[in-house]
Design a protein around this ligand. Sequence first.
Ligand code: C5P
Length: 229
Amino acid sequence: TPSRDLPELPLAGRHFLITSGPTHEPIDPVRYIANRSSGKQGHAIAAAAAADGAQVTLVSGPVAIPDPQGVAVVHVETAEQMLAAVTKALPADVAIMAAAVADWRASSEGAQKIKKDGSGQPPALNLVENPDILATIGHHERLRPRLLVGFAAETQNLLENARGKLERKRADWIVANDVSPETGVMGGDANTVRIVSAEGIEDWPNLDKTEVARRLVARIADYLKSQGA
Ligand code: C5P
């Protein structure tokens, strides 16, 4: 037996559910629609939560980076699969939806590769809307986590869009980041975020994505403590 007790990690006993990466929506067996997302920010959050003692489920779309250590990872391709995996992983104390989910998918997936037909006319691509995973769990009566955090990657009207998402998707916090090409955030290692909540807006400096993750997780631990939850 140890001679003295180690201090308990701040998130011991908490279940964190995190989404990360893009989704791929098939058009035919060789083509898909996707958002640009490296998964770096979501994976860093999963790693930071695990390092602070949380039990972490990471639902990840297709990414080129390794699974974080000490995290249960569920790999999915499409938004519908991501929603199913998220629902299955609930309940959670905290959910952080960092995935860049494709808003639309092809209305039907061609069984065969679409070929040029020689007419010079491109094929029509019919799209249908994907389920909104954040909004679905935000509005879930039974399974809504105590703290629900969404992301808002925008190229314009960052704050208006973030506030709209708080309300429509019933999130508690939105981590808003400007992903205009000149910022280098997309695929890069750093991020400049603002935390938007009912209490107001917090501007964070430009930080490494791993540092954004550490601060976000620390802020969540403080929040849970302040709630006495
Ligand atoms: O509306 P927008 O896609 O920018 O919203 C971003 C937030 O909503 C992110 O937290 C993202 O993970 C989540 N989202 C989702 N399901 C969708 C679209 C977005 O969970 N279909």
